[in-house]
Design a protein around this ligand. Sequence first.
Ligand code: FES
Length: 380
Amino acid sequence: MNAPEVVKHQPGPPLWLLAELTYRCPLHCVFCYNPVDFAHAPDELCTDDWLRVLREARAAGSVQCGFSGGEPLLRDDLEVLVAEAHKLGFYTNLLTSGVGLTDARARALKDAGLDHIQLSFQDSTRELNDFLSHTRTFDLKQKVAATIKDHGWPMVMNCVIHRLNIDYIDRIIDMAVELGAEYLELANSQYYSWAMLNRDQLLPSREQIERAERVTNERRQRYGERIRIFFVVPDYHETRPKKCMNGWGNVFLTITPDGTALPCHTARMLPGLAFPNVRDLDVRSIWFDSEGFNRYRGKGWMKEPCRSCPEQEKDLGGCRCQAFMLTGDPAAADPVCDKSPAHHKVVEAVVRAERGEVAVVAKPLVFRGPEESRRRLAGL
Ligand code: FES
């Protein structure tokens, strides 16, 4: 009699490659997802390293490549990298604040084969856009939106939504339509990194979210096919967690500016896990064999209540980084889940938001920047 076949969990390829080319950025957004201690890693991969990473990732099965940062346009080899990615057969996109996207660079990126651009705004008004990014960039972003259209790219506009701009969501949508965006991502802030430092000031109340959803639906009706609007609800207001990154080590591969390979933007904060670097290991070994990518893959790592939960397949226990930030244990259930023993930590934050307890004047916002990052690294 033959022994029963052992079915081993084999991950698929890293379909989505995110190349975080640099943490340098002219903007200082209060909700930035770059790590708060980014100043400790000033050593960026060189052009040849990135070219090799692109080839290795494509050979390992990646099909989509996002160039992000920081501000990726601060790298003057961006066109070279886009051209290589295009030649390799990637679908390429650029995630940018717009700063540095001159007409000449737009033309060069078009020639290099860039497929699409995601342009970020902070709000529909100059005042709030410039306040939240701590820069005067609103007018420039409007010009860049026109440049993107002039060069024939489909435009995704992205606006991170939170307590300070959610009440103006109608105007944000109208602005996106006026600027000719085909897609608008209204992504409620997720509370990691800089947004976590500012969580009390940024978390909206349920009433604000409900109104924003209502207004978004009205605008969808009004504008029909002209624009597709995505509205992402903040998970703090849910009772089940999101399937973070569509599953750990399942689809997304992030390479940070210094070459560290991560399953999500913020995984480096997790204790007891060493993540590999593309300077030492090729992408295929990183993805399939490294401890960092295997630790929370699938369901084998789960503890109670996830281990016996009938919904474990749906959310895979939620977000490992959020579990660690709120409980100190990266293998705990994501506290967004109301089955988690730490769910009260999320509820308390929401209750404070409902009461509107924290005024920005009482607790000033922390703006992202290298000085602030160094200050926090030094424990000041
Ligand atoms: Fe790291 Fe969710 S952000 S696992």
